[in-house]
Design a protein around this ligand. Structure first.
Ligand SMILES: C[S@@+](CC[C@H](N)C(=O)[O-])C[C@H]1O[C@@H](n2cnc3c(N)ncnc32)[C@H](O)[C@@H]1O
Length: 268
């Protein structure tokens, strides 16, 4: 078998966006073989049930503003477990190497002489595109796909290159952007992106509580404050989102309105 999982090894494993069926077969095997799993807040609960009974499951989750463990503590826990002879899975939501603090953990393992490898996962942007039933790239209209995080440290302002992001020919996917949605909207408009650029907000993509809301760039802040719940949310911005028109939009798998030619109407 490729990539045997030996004692003292660490795997950074992508748990995908939440739906356990979106896990890779390799991730499933590594979960079965692990003796300890350190998992994040955004790992879907059903994914954890794939570990064997007796596997130690350790929550080291961080959600914005509520850090339960700092990164150095997590690094140390992973290293200590590996040095103690455990088969360690570090399970992270989505893909471990997309806004996942993977580098810190890879560096900590390597500095301690521990073999560490990566098992990729389905990132939230891919799950959101699947939910929306569209492609994030579009021949001739969206030739570029940009992933950006709008998470600012503490009270710091967002330090992003807005003129580079305000590209009418690309699709912009904003991770951790719900709280900063108003600023994202006003900065992109100030940098030249059209106010009526289509936008989708997708919360808890791939999970039963998934929510979707379609709007336009100048209404993004309002939409984020009034339509979303407390789950992880992506903002998707650009012409590629136009093809959502006429689709049935769901709130927790319940149809609540249909958008046609820019008009939102409640279902009959
Ligand atoms: C720390 S980042 C981790 C991203 C993750 N590594 C990935 O590849 O999807 C967390 C952010 O990802 C987004 N996210 C993660 N899971 C999501 C989901 N199921 N639906 C929508 N957004 C999600 C949200 O923007 C959330 O704030």
């Amino acid at each position: 078998m490729a990539d045997p999982f030996a004692p003292n090894d660490v795997w950074l494993v992508g748990a995908g966006p939440g739906d356990p069926e979106l896990l890779t077969r390799k991730a499933e095997r590594l979960l079965r073989e692990a003796s300890v799993v350190f998992y994040d807040a955004l790992v879907g609960p059903e994914v954890l049930t794939l570990a064997q009974p007796g596997t130690r499951l350790v929550h080291v989750g961080k959600r914005s503003g509520r850090h339960s463990k700092d990164q150095r503590t997590i690094d140390r826990m992973i290293v200590d477990a590996a040095l103690a002879g455990e088969r360690v899975v570090r399970l992270k939501g989505g893909d471990p190497c997309i806004f996942g603090r993977a580098t810190e953990e890879l560096d900590a393992c390597r500095a301690a002489g521990i073999a560490v490898r990566i098992c990729p996962g389905v990132t939230a942007a891919s799950a959101a595109a699947a939910t929306l039933g569209l492609s994030l790239t579009l021949r001739g209209l969206a030739r570029k796909l940009t992933f950006v995080t709008a998470h600012a440290r503490g009270s710091e302002k967002l330090d992003l290159n807005w003129s580079a992001l305000a590209d009418g020919e690309g699709t912009l996917v904003v991770y951790m952007g719900k709280a900063a949605a108003s600023e994202v909207s006003s900065q992109l408009i100030a940098a030249g992106l059209s106010r009526d650029t289509p936008v989708a907000l997708v919360e808890s993509a791939s999970l039963p509580e998934e929510r979707v809301f379609l709007t336009r760039l100048d209404l993004l802040g309002l939409a984020s404050r009034t339509t979303m719940g407390h789950g992880p949310t992506l903002l998707l911005i650009g012409k590629a989102l136009k093809s959502c028109d006429s689709r049935i939009i769901t709130f927790g798998q319940k149809q609540v309105f249909r958008r046609e030619r820019g008009n939102e109407t409640l279902p009959a």
